[in-house]
Design a protein around this ligand. Sequence first.
Ligand code: SF4
Length: 282
Amino acid sequence: MQIWNNLVAKKEKELKENGLNEFIPLKRSVPYFAIKKLQTLKYLYKSTNSGKSFSNKINRSLSEKWFESTDKKIGGYIDLVLEGEKIKIVDFKTGEVYADRESKRVKPEYEIQLKLYAWLYFEKTGNYPDELWLVDLKQQWHSIPFIPEECESLANEAKRRLNDISLKVKENQSGTLALPNFETCQNCNFKPACKFYWTLESNDKNHFLDLKGSLKAVEEFQSGSLNLEIENEDGIHYIVNFKQIDFESMKLLQNQEVQIFNLLRTKKEGVFTILKNTKLYA
Ligand code: SF4
């Protein structure tokens, strides 16, 4: 139960830091929260008590514990550390864990994350863990093989990159660091301030999207909701049922460039509706 509470608290803290207060508390915003909680607790209980991978005796378990390198350049919250006959590090993932479903290859960034955790654990305790595990929402456990030398070389590479980035920022060359792509950018909180993001071609397959353009017209309805007309190089776009800003304030933005994030496509071409986390920036 403590693990569950810690994970929920961690996620809520993350949302708050990213300005997504509308999703807090998660128990109100996540559909079937209580069912998910029971499923997870049941699974954790089964895994830590009778699962093949956790059959060894556990002397100590640490959940959501912060580990950092002695020079404080690398750090992270490790979801679960189980110390017993064997030392195991476990990371829970809520999204897809495979880079390629057919070959069942785990995403390389998750492998790197866990290997860096192994190195952080070594920095703190002087010992490497015996096993690294990724757990997905389908309750599948994925073992991540590793050797200590590899973990150490990843940590050195991470520090080298961090130094490079700091140098480029100091030299006012941060623009050379931007590598926009949909996968990375879609969850980035710096999108509203990032000019590189808009260099991406629009992704028609995505149901969710962000839009930038000139606000051409605003229409108010009795309910207080607004319809917006946005024009950009791709044509005219309509946003229906917009409620985040009142009519008078919106009229002041007419003919100005606006950016709207987290819209939902409707079945009608060029017409979008809003979500709970839709945000407009002028
Ligand atoms: S939106 Fe900008 S800052 Fe964020 S990941 Fe993309 S390129 Fe980087």
